[in-house]
Design a protein around this ligand. Sequence first.
Ligand code: MSP
Length: 639
Amino acid sequence: MEEKKTYYVTTPIYYPSDNFHVGHCYTTCIADALARYKRLKGYDVFFLTGSDEHGQKIEERAKKAGVSPKEFVDPIIANAKDLWQSLNISYDKFIRTTDEEHVACVQKVVQKLYDQGDIYKGSYEGWYCTPCESFWTESQLVDGKCPDCGREVKLMKEDAYFLKLSKYQKAFEEYLESHRDLMQPESRYNEMVNNFLKPGLKDLCVSRSSVKWGIPVTFDKSQTVYVWVDALTNYISALGYLSDDDSLFKKYWPADLHLVGKEIFRFHTIIWPIILMALGLPLPKKVYGHGWLTIGGGKISKSKGNYKDPRLFIKDYGADTLRYFILSEVPFGSDGNFSEELMVERRNSDLANVLGNLVNRTIAMTNKYFGGEVSENVHPNDLDNEVIAYLNSLEAEVDEKMEALNLPSAIAGIFDRLKRLNKYIDETTPWILGKDENGKERLNDVLYTILEGIRMCTVALEAFIPETAERIFEDLKVTANGFEDFKFGTVKKYQVVSKAEILFTRIDEEALKAKLEKENEEKMPEHLPLIGIDDFNKIEMVVGEVKECRQHPKAERLLISKVDVGNGEIRQIVSGIADYYKPEEMPGKKVIVVLNLKPLKLKGEESMGMLLTSEYQDDKGHTCVELLESKLPSGSKIR
Ligand code: MSP
């Protein structure tokens, strides 16, 4: 027997978050549609997703919650799996970076690279962005902040191990010349080459001594493996690479497609391929960096309160409405806007009007005129032949679009056929044929043509809206066999259900608009009562420079700073910022100080003023606090 062709597709592994939004569903829905499509085409598919659980941020959040990092993440992961289930995500494996097999694999990978001389000891100094878990060089910072998320970075120096990326640069560049597909789309290829390869690769720091919640380095227990090396390795550890049973690895590696968001493209198209090269393994065939879903044209973010739990959409409209919108709306590669109103508009216009209506009235007519039974169209006329040819061309069109990862266009091709069938009903006027006994034979042929058309479109839709496809197959009483028997005429006889169901109810768009407006009003933050300028003028604020800083001996959350507030006047100020700043990173910061706050003692330490901060939630839902900083000289008045 001929071996099935394999297809290995992955999503990134997600950071544990209780605040998953539609943006997180984006990569996963696309990967799912591709995996389902390849299965329908007869491939042996392995679809991997999972969670990325190590790193300083989790360590800090768990500490705050008073539990171990593993205890902290377990319920979050269960929650993520629940979301994927409600979206009908058909992954074959969910890997966690805390899985024993993964930990063992990462340790063996790092040890192997060390043994063969590709990893060496050095010391690392760089700008670290804690939320992104990324080190940056001075020149990569944008206005002194993290180029990815725009947040504060910290200068860190520590003993560490390095991977010789530079040693592999030339070989990698040569490889890229004949494997352009590795980096898709083209625009991101250019960005990687110009911004990272041309300036020359620096060796990569692959271990940390400052991060405790990570995979221990086997040859130096004071170090843990850098989270990105840990995370990227999931793509091979999940297949049992370097384990006792590496049969999956032998079968599926190299990956056919790593799907990733544009902000993590660099890790996947430079660092990951070079690690693989150093391990002597084949590189993934393709990494595709897609754009982001936005809301109101901007980033989806908790602090803006601009999104809902996707499960609320699934509850109100069903998983397929959300999947359909995500998969059909955004040109792949670009950013695209998400809104509940637009999603409902599409549900009404495409899913209810085009698809639902077609299925419903076809089944109703089949019942009405033939008691549900229709047989093959054995004498197709010119119109039928034109429609049949158009239907038969669908598979090749979908294949071509899916190969190019152009899912919206593949879906559009299917809906063009559904619209053609609706038009065919208008052209053939079954309700007139039904009135005339002589028209019965023609009516059979017309209904058969439509039923076959619906079946074929449903085969193609299975990858995108699987729940609906299953319902249609049940309504038509045909078995779903993927594309194997796709061709028009495969099902010779129909005997459909006795009652046509409504696949998608129409949602009242006006009522939804009113509901959303009301929700928005309720969400408006409450403001304090208005004050006059006289009240405002009572607050004395200046720029101050922190000279010294130490941890409060009796309160974990407090830092005690000595601040120069101008004219050499030094104030002691106690602030509740120890969760966000270390005492050693405070000196030299120029911050905004309220001077005329009544002095008070905080756990025995006098505080004469206040450092102003701003609090917000990042897009992963973590609360962040930042000092308000200024470039002006100490003593400059703020008003
Ligand atoms: N843990 C890393 C990935 C390691 S892979 C070896 C990570 N995790 S993440 O949870 O922050 O992001 C996971 C995926 O979700 C990324 O591909 C990211 O681009 C995607 N998205 C998060 N928000 C998004 C949108 N608003 N729109 C589309 N995708 C976005 O990065």
